[in-house]
Ligand binder design. Structure first.
Ligand SMILES: [Zn+2]
Length: 213
């Protein structure tokens, strides 16, 4: 699991570097697709100084496998998403400003740019409010996430779920940028939502027809 612990240590620093969160807020996890084990960040630790030893590992049933630290209070949120989404192997939970504007007003972020359509999905919904660190919050988030790659937590922040950590960061970046564009575009006009059918076509195109062989 050392490789996966290191992915989280590096991702924690990357999250700070990208200003996706402040101090010890936000949390991350990654799943080893082979063993099904999940590495989660420890609770309330500084990402600058965290090492692989500080990480907490759970098995596919949510039982503690390794780790001497207390895990992130949102570990149930991470574990429940993995249980419902076999396609997800990395999750980032952050508190970025523009996405959180939608989370506090409890609005969805729809596909208004092709970039969002390709990388994130059709609609990122806001989950019903629940206290942080509760199973209720985890269940509400899983329900609102559906088959998409991100969900907003009411009065709280965003959760991005990807097939790997690199993609999860990309989802996080595009979600935040789109939230900003949506707010700005409403100040000069009416942003138009891309039809769902076209969103699915663009997602398929990205999977099969974009980039080099
Ligand atoms: Zn949070």
């Amino acid at each position: 699991m050392e490789k996966f612990r290191q992915i989280i240590v590096d991702a924690g620093k990357e999250m700070l570097r990208r200003s996706l969160t402040v101090a010890t807020w936000g949390n991350l996890s990654v799943r080893d697709p082979e063993s099904g084990h999940v590495v989660v960040t420890p609770s309330g630790m500084n990402y600058e100084t965290c090492t692989t030893e500080d990480m907490v590992v759970f098995d596919r049933d949510g039982m503690l496998v390794e780790g001497k630290r207390r895990p992130s209070i949102e570990k149930d949120l991470h574990l429940l998403i993995y249980r419902h989404r076999p396609d997800v192997n990395a999750i980032i939970h952050t508190h970025p400003v523009y996405s959180t504007v939608f989370a506090v007003t409890r609005q969805s972020i729809p596909a208004i740019t092709e970039e969002f359509a390709q990388v994130v999905g059709y609609t990122v919904k806001c989950a019903e409010y629940a206290l942080p660190g509760t199973m209720e919050l985890a269940e509400n988030a899983v329900r609102a996430l559906g088959r998409e790659r991100a969900v907003l937590l009411a009065a709280h922040g965003a959760v991005c779920a990807g097939p790997d950590m690199e993609t999860a960061f990309k989802i996080s970046d595009v979600l935040e940028k789109t939230a900003q564009i949506l707010i700005l575009s409403k100040s000069i006009g009416t942003p138009r939502i891309i039809p769902e059918e076209d969103v699915r076509v663009m997602q398929d195109f990205l999977k099969t027809g974009y980039g080099q062989f």
